[in-house]
Design a protein around this ligand. Structure first.
Ligand code: AKG
Length: 274
């Protein structure tokens, strides 16, 4: 194992009140300069290592389904590759998440790297929260590129104010969620927003029900993105309503009992720091 001194990401970030308003009203926002390019560059090899462990021999893109073509997904790096912990447990990031949600404290749901490979496909429209057996809508995901993004790849696209729609019934991320949401956007004539090509250390945040997608990667370089999901401290586990929620309950919520507060060993409270 490499012995590298990784930066401590604890200095607080002075959050623009417009970002809080944007999350409240549109379900997403961008926060520029949340990490420095140097901080991202320090963690990138560790996060890359975690992705390589999850995907030692990725199958050819052509052999994968739409979801598989969208990115290499490597979850809970914090647990399997401890060098990533300084990034995932960052009080700076968790503090921003709490502020954006307007809650006192947040716990980790899980982290995941989403590396869209060269030639990788579009990320279909979907909602995240239908995977999560929790009784709160105060859940937010940070999506942070670890290098400057090529404008041809860009960041995510959000359907404005869709966090207020709740579950639109599009189901898990797939061609079918994509088609269902495309149809409803066309019918509803609703606005979408992308925050464009972000620099390393900029981040978008979106709420659990916010409908979102991302473009393909037509470049010859991988798009390395790290994501972290937090929920309001005090949220309770709900009865799982699908095989996906059963998986999440067992995997991310330590098989906790429905009705109890979600505070398992994989869900440390990251804000306020202890
Ligand atoms: O990175 C992507 O292409 C999509 C990410 C996403 O859907 C998410 O972070 O919820």
């Amino acid at each position: 194992m490499r012995a590298v001194a990784l930066p401590i990401l604890d200095a607080t970030h002075d959050l623009d009140p417009a970002a809080i308003e944007s999350v409240r009203e549109r379900g997403h926002c961008v926060v520029r300069g949340l990490a420095t390019a140097e901080e991202c560059a320090s963690y990138l090899p560790e996060i890359q290592d975690g992705v390589d462990r999850w995907h030692p021999e990725p199958s050819p893109l052509a052999d994968r389904d739409t979801y598989g073509k969208a990115f290499l997904q490597a979850m809970a790096l914090r647990s399997v590759h401890k060098q990533t912990r300084g990034f995932v447990d960052s009080p700076r990031f968790a503090g921003v998440a709490a502020e954006l949600l307007g809650v006192e404290g947040v716990r980790l749901y899980h982290d995941q790297a989403l590396f869209k490979e060269a030639g990788g496909g579009r990320t279909p429209w979907h909602q995240d929260q239908n995977y999560w057996p929790l009784d709160t809508d105060d859940i937010v995901t940070m999506w942070m590129p670890l290098v400057d993004l090529d404008p041809a790849v860009g960041s995510m696209t959000f359907l404005d104010a869709s966090h207020l729609d709740g579950d639109v019934g599009a189901g898990e991320i797939s061609d079918s969620s994509d088609a269902a949401i495309e149809r409803s956007i066309a019918v509803g004539n609703r606005s979408t927003t992308t925050h464009g090509a972000l620099a390393a250390g900029d981040a978008t945040f979106h709420k659990g029900w916010t409908i979102h997608s991302a473009g393909p990667n037509p470049t010859d370089a991988t798009r390395p993105v790290m994501t972290i999901i937090w929920f309001a401290d005090g949220a309770r586990i709900t009865e799982p309503n699908s095989p996906q929620q059963e998986f999440d309950l067992a995997t991310w919520l330590d098989n906790g009992t429905p009705g109890t507060v979600a505070a398992g060993r994989r869900n440390p409270r990251l804000w306020p720091p202890s």
